[in-house]
Design a protein around this ligand. Structure first.
Ligand code: TA6
Length: 277
């Protein structure tokens, strides 16, 4: 079943319930801000103090960072413009009693071409089932080649930051952005201070290990993964997040960032896909 809902603030979203899971997707940003298997704790984290209104980005869920990750294109806002735009709903498909697919797209407009000159089609397919799948397809509709970077900036809900570890990134090179140094991951990723790292050459399953559950993350069309937790001081400065919120989430972002930036010729497409189970 699905319903189009409107919050008091006017923010519109699609609520999906089926025999496997529940999901909520804002039309602004095609932003999935809730996903939980039936009877289980949510897999995605959503800040209790997040802005939930037009023009402001949601703190939690899966922001779509596109066509630039971070400040990689200084002419665009941080993480690009897609997360703050109104997307078009293309289709909702009830595949079976436990699987619902939502397809949304964003096309270039006069406004987007003022910020980023290219013609494009960006389509996301979100599959709500006992696993969560997101496929983000970029098509170059322009006559010139374009370069882009992107991320599905997933906020995972965790029991407590000191309880978690991340496997699958062992021995991978990464850019530690806090000191701007190139390093190699030694063992699993653990958290006892701020982390903001861009891993490269990632080619295997990533597992977020928590006290009572493991979450598996499988990426396709991507070899870069960003791991982020703001910790105490940065957490206090972040919008839409309370002082203690850093304990409740970790971001593991399926990306095409830095050396993994993509170039598309006219009419070429690229798909970034993540399966979370
Ligand atoms: O992906 C990590 C990161 O780029 C951090 O540096 C961090 O500040 C963050 O994303 C959140 O960015 P936002 O623009 O959503 O506040």
């Amino acid at each position: 079943m699905y319903k189009l809902m409107t919050m008091e603030s006017g923010l519109k979203y699609i609520e999906i319930t089926n025999d496997s899971a529940c999901g909520k997707i804002a039309i602004q940003g095609a932003h999935l801000f809730h996903f939980a298997r039936n009877g289980e704790e949510p897999i995605l984290w959503l800040s209790e103090t997040s802005d939930m209104e037009h023009g402001k980005h949601i703190r939690g869920g899966v922001p779509i960072c596109w066509p630039s990750f971070g400040m990689s294109n200084p002419e665009l806002p941080q993480h690009g413009f897609a997360r703050n735009r109104m997307w078009d709903l293309v289709n909702i498909i009830e595949v079976d009693v436990g699987t619902t697919q939502v397809i949304m797209e964003l096309n270039d407009s006069k406004k987007s071409r003022r910020e980023w000159e290219y013609k494009f089609n960006l389509q996301i397919t979100i599959t709500i089932s006992d696993e969560l799948k997101m496929e983000l397809k970029t098509t170059n509709l322009d006559t010139k080649t374009f370069k882009f970077t992107q991320a599905l900036h997933t906020y995972f809900n965790i029991s407590e930051i000191s309880n978690i570890s991340i496997s699958g990134l062992e021995n991978k090179p990464f850019l530690e952005t806090l000191t701007n140094s190139n390093q190699v991951q030694n063992g699993e990723v653990l958290f006892n201070s701020e982390v903001d790292s861009v891993y490269q050459e990632v080619d295997s399953e990533i597992v977020l290990k928590d006290k009572n559950r493991d979450i598996k993350i499988n990426n396709e069309g991507s070899s870069s993964v960003v791991v982020w937790n703001p910790w105490i001081e940065k957490g206090k400065r972040m919008s839409g997040m309370c002082d203690e919120a850093y304990k409740e989430f970790v971001c593991i972002e399926s990306a095409n960032a830095f050396d993994d930036a993509k170039f598309l010729e006219p009419m070429e497409s690229h798909t970034l896909k993540v399966t979370i189970s």
